[in-house]
Design a protein around this ligand. Structure first.
Ligand SMILES: Nc1ncnc2c1ncn2[C@@H]1O[C@H](COP(=O)(O)OP(=O)(O)OP(=O)(O)O)[C@@H](O)[C@H]1O
Length: 354
């Protein structure tokens, strides 16, 4: 196993771009020690990079329609990247592309690199929580998670260690009170939708995968549950050097504040990619300042949602149409030093892990 020897002497660096449009903003730490294989894990941490990824649907006869248009980004160990944007902007497609789960209709071009290499993920290193909860309705929460633990966890763990891991994970997802409840399903009511969501997450985080994809992990959860679930996931990422990518619809300010990086998409284009703490400055500099006391994620999504454009009266207050706003933001992002810095960080990652 490659332990990235030689990197040990390089300490955690914080990259600051002196020229960044987000003045003096800290553009996020490249924690080089994450490559170290420490006692808490016998698997290598994962740096996922995607410089210029496109996804299209259709064929040559009917014409190809781009769903994702030249997206560039990376996800790093110990951090959670939030993928946000209006419905249909391409969040699930990006997750599917990065996880190697695109169906045959969707064609990928561009590179997705795992630790700087184009290679399939080793078995057991990644997990994906889909939008639909596929669970056995007749089992209780405890049974489902216990069985899953017995099947998924390595033989090096004893049955009682597996049981303990299952119990701890049930607790982590706040399901201890529902442990004895049947999952249920159509015509056989059991868990609530939010509880089912948390059981699905439980099953996938049991193994502490090095790379975790979460498609709408907080859908169906109330704001408090969303916050606690995301906080646990952020904690697990930090504790186990997990690289987490989550598509999120409508996070509260508190949940939004938990994310390390933000990938904001609209119509398959990047509107912003970078530290979530720098997004307010990016929007302000482009003339779309988030009003004080407003949830920043609400502001970003409202600014770039075209679905209800006819509700905006162009004659009143000279408000630009959303299509123009998206164009301004996407072009501004592509020409910003923030974007160049992300490209540089990707090169640094490739150099570091090679
Ligand atoms: N297999 C496919 N064939 C044709 N179009 C597709 C296919 N998969 C996705 N699309 C289209 O690509 C766009 C992005 O879809 P995607 O599911 O990635 O969006 P999303 O941001 O995850 O949406 P939501 O938040 O509503 O789940 C949509 O317009 C969708 O209709």
């Amino acid at each position: 196993m490659d332990t990235a020897s030689g990197l040990g002497s390089r300490k955690a660096e914080t990259l600051v771009d002196p020229e960044c449009d987000c003045h003096g903003a800290v553009l996020g730490p490249l924690v080089l020690d994450s490559m170290h294989v420490g006692p808490k894990s016998n698997r290598r941490a994962i740096w996922l990079t995607w410089p210029d990824v496109w996804v299209t649907v259709g064929d040559h006869e009917d014409g190809c329609v781009p769903i994702l248009q030249g997206l560039t980004g990376f996800a790093q160990p110990g951090e959670v990247l939030a993928i946000m944007g209006p419905s249909g902007c391409g969040k699930s497609t990006l997750l599917d592309a990065l996880a190697g789960r695109l169906d045959s209709k969707r064609r990928l071009s561009g590179q997705i690199l795992v630790n700087g290499r184009k290679e399939p993920l080793a078995y057991g290193t990644s997990a994906y929580v889909t939008q639909d909860d596929v669970l056995t309705s007749t089992l209780t929460v405890k049974e489902a998670v216990y069985f899953s633990a017995q099947l998924q966890l390595p033989d090096t763990m004893t049955p009682s260690e597996k049981k303990q891991r299952a119990e701890a994970t049930i607790k982590e997802m706040g399901l201890h009170d529902a442990a004895g409840t049947r999952i249920g399903g159509w015509g056989n009511k059991g868990l609530s939708n939010g509880q089912r969501r948390r059981v699905s997450i439980c099953m996938e985080i049991l193994t502490r995968p090095k790379l975790l994809f979460l498609d709408e992990p907080t859908s169906g959860l109330d704001s408090a549950a969303s916050y606690y679930v995301m906080r646990r996931i952020v904690g697990l990422a930090k504790q186990h050097d997990m690289t987490v990518l989550a598509s999120v619809h409508q996070p509260s300010s508190e949940v939004f504040g938990l994310f390390h990086k933000l990938c904001l998409l609209s119509q398959g284009r990047t509107v912003y990619f970078g530290p979530s703490s720098n997004a307010p400055e990016f929007f302000s500099l482009n003339g779309f300042r988030c009003p004080s006391l407003q949830n920043p994620s609400d502001h970003y999504l409202r600014t770039i949602n075209t679905d209800f454009d006819e509700d905006i009266d162009p004659g009143l207050g000279g408000k630009p149409r959303t299509q123009e706003v998206i164009k301004v933001l996407a072009e501004s992002y592509k020409s910003s030093s923030c974007y160049r810095h992300i490209q540089q960080q990707i090169e640094d990652i490739h150099e570091m892990v090679s």
